[in-house]
Design a protein around this ligand. Sequence first.
Ligand code: CUA
Length: 172
Amino acid sequence: MMAIHIHPLERKWLFVIAVIILLTWVVQLYYALNKSTHPPSNVEVIDSVRLHLNDGIGGGEFAETNLGVKRDKNGQLRVTMVAARYSFYPQEIVLPLGESITFRFASFDVLHGLHVPFSNLNSMVVPGYISEVTTEFTREGEFPILCNEYCGTAHAFMYGKIKIVAKEKFKL
Ligand code: CUA
């Protein structure tokens, strides 16, 4: 058998890379176990077929009349939205700057994605599951909501809009 020769410099870099990978694992494990960090796309299960009905899981949270921006009984702002070929419903929403907002999404049909540039709102919307992200916006203006999972021929035309206004200008 031939002994494998590794150049000392390469050996050094292998060690550096191994340390970086280990550190990444440690950080991920720490946040997963201590801060309950997990992918936002599979928070709860939901029956996609009955999404539009008021007798669905969660009391019809995603029925048409319940969509949009609301404040829950604790005062937390909540956005309930449906992603479906080929739009987000409601398609346009107005939200305040610098306030914590919980977004809940469900898909009516196939796998969609949801990405809002200049924010950390980015999640898959998997049929049969509710996606949940809590975040706040740090700049005013209009931002597109883009679908970033290929969902069919009009995927490129699937978008919505979020308008961020100053807190004083925000009304429900
Ligand atoms: Cu919805 Cu791509």
